[in-house]
Design a protein around this ligand. Structure first.
Ligand SMILES: Cc1cc2nc3c(=O)[nH]c(=O)nc-3n(C[C@H](O)[C@H](O)[C@H](O)COP(=O)(O)OP(=O)(O)OC[C@H]3O[C@@H](n4cnc5c(N)ncnc54)[C@H](O)[C@@H]3O)c2cc1C
Length: 461
């Protein structure tokens, strides 16, 4: 039952586009997803998502949002082989953030789950769900070339071109959504149409990734997820994820010009500096599956569409096209899932002023994740950028939270829930947590250790 219009078109059918399409299908008679790649029928890497070869963590808040958009999806992921960590299994997660190793031993007081699976596996499951929606049509192998407007300056159609050649054609729609990722052309379109460009927040993180898919013949690591984040004197780190089908992904990442090696022996030597010797030993015996993949990510970019004075009707922007987060914090897919829920709320309230309402709501979904990521980036002295007092104070407190978390499972759990976008950051300022954080710091002082170690992850102020 359409309540908003006849036709919505989503440009891009990666995670962002699929999630937007899912929501729009409840409010429009027909939804068309235009995707440049020819989409595979099963989990497979593809050209338009080169990041799919690198570690992709789904935060628990993102998983919960996906479950609301696609009831039963987590169960399907589990049945098809995703690694599921819940309850005491969370002790199989080893997180070292800002130089502090967190302990997730013991049963959490409130349920929280972590699902580990490769990016192609996750995207294929979401895509299958979207393909099964009757009023959604996927036009793959087609490029979105240009947005077109009518005399009232409303966006009314998009020009698309078949990548196999043939004439371009215009597809008319009541609503068009740019989900073409960080390279999306909406800023250039808005400028040429006289609306101006959105302001941008940008942090030049210069992240370089090398990743290798592996299988262990024996000597399988105990922990299903190991993550060691960067610290100021070592702006690089790495992770090892247990994925579906007994595969594991080793990802090494450097920031600000620190390039990890592009070969497996070199990557193992690289992580030997900061991962446990027995894990490094296991890695030396692992069998590589395919070649090492590399990726360079110059800067996190947040486009402030919500601050534009004028924005055309008939157009929305979604996912990475709004905000591309430093990938080392694993936030993009989860924020896209939260944006999809926000879009649903906005559509529930009708079509009036939809663009402005959604872009504001999406900014709300983005804020926490952006502040966490940018705070952590700016805690590294190597990363250029202004550090206002709010960031310095929040980084100062985060160091103390992480210090306390090393020995206090209550603080660890609170931090884990905030980092996973399940609880708001204000949870870490609850008097019961503040008290424990202060106790942790004084415990450290008594034992002669500094209360703070290395700031490299931050909670928003
Ligand atoms: C190295 C790396 C690691 C990451 N790790 C994580 C992680 O651990 N956890 C996490 O949650 N997120 C991670 N992300 C971010 C995550 O991949 C994105 O947030 C997520 O894919 C949602 O993005 P999107 O769909 O908006 O855009 P994208 O995934 O970039 O997809 C854009 C889509 O648009 C299509 N397209 C582009 N131009 C056109 C056109 N002209 N016409 C038609 N189609 C077009 C592309 O083919 C593609 O399918 C990572 C990103 C990178 C770069």
């Amino acid at each position: 039952m359409a309540t908003i219009g006849e036709h919505a078109v989503v440009l891009g059918a990666s995670m962002g586009g699929l999630l937007a399409g899912r929501v729009l299908s409840d409010y429009f008679d027909n939804v068309t997803l235009v995707e440049r790649d020819v989409l595979p029928d099963s989990p497979a890497q593809r050209r338009g998502v080169p990041q799919g070869r690198h570690a992709h963590g789904l935060l628990s808040g993102g998983l919960q949002a996906l479950a609301r958009l696609f009831p039963g999806l987590p169960e399907e992921l589990a049945a098809d082989g995703a690694t599921v960590l819940a309850g005491t299994d969370l002790s199989l997660v080893s997180l070292t953030l800002g130089g502090h190793t967190l302990s997730l031993d013991g049963e959490p007081s409130k349920p929280i789950e972590s699902y580990l699976a490769s990016r192609p596996f996750l995207e294929a499951h979401v895509r299958d769900r979207v393909r099964a929606i009757d009023n959604v049509h996927i036009l793959d192998g087609h490029d979105a070339v240009e947005l077109l407007m009518d005399d009232t300056r409303r966006v009314t159609s998009v020009l698309v071109a078949d990548r196999n050649g043939g004439p371009g054609r215009a597809i008319a729609a009541d609503l068009i959504v740019d989900a073409m990722g960080r390279a999306g052309r909406t800023p250039a379109f808005l400028e040429s149409a006289g609306f101006g460009r959105p302001a941008e927040d940008r942090i030049a993180v210069a992240v370089a990734y090398s990743s290798q898919l592996l299988r262990f013949a024996g000597n399988t690591p105990r922990d299903r997820l190991t993550l060691v984040g960067p610290v100021p004197e070592r702006p690089y780190g790495g992770s090892l994820f247990a994925y579906e089908d007994d595969t594991w992904l080793l990802t090494t990442a450097g920031m600000n010009g620190h390039e990890p090696p592009g070969d497996l022996p070199g990557m193992i030597d690289f992580v030997a500096e900061f991962m446990a010797p027995e894990l490094v030993e296991s890695l030396r015996g692992a069998q590589p599956l395919g070649p090492v993949a590399t990726f360079r990510y110059p800067a996190s970019v947040r486009r402030r569409y919500e601050r534009m004075v004028r924005f055309p009707d008939g157009l929305l922007v979604f996912g990475d096209a709004i905000c591309s987060f430093n990938p080392v914090y694993g936030q993009g897919m989860s924020v896209a899932a939260l944006e999809a829920l926000a879009l649903r709320d906005c559509l529930d309230r009708g079509a009036d002023d939809l663009g402005r309402r959604f872009l504001r709501a999406a900014a709300g979904c983005t804020n926490t994740a952006w502040q966490m990521a940018s705070g952590a980036d700016l805690a590294l002295p190597e990363i250029p950028g202004r550090r206002p007092a709010s960031i310095r104070v929040s980084n100062w407190y985060t160091q103390r939270v992480l210090t306390a978390a090393e020995d206090d499972p209550v603080v660890t759990e609170a931090f884990f829930r905030v980092m996973n976008l399940v609880d708001p950051p204000s949870r870490l300022l609850h008097p019961s947590i503040v008290r424990r954080v202060a106790l942790g710091a004084s415990r450290r002082r008594r034992s002669g250790q500094p209360a703070h170690a290395k700031p490299a992850v931050a909670v928003p102020h």
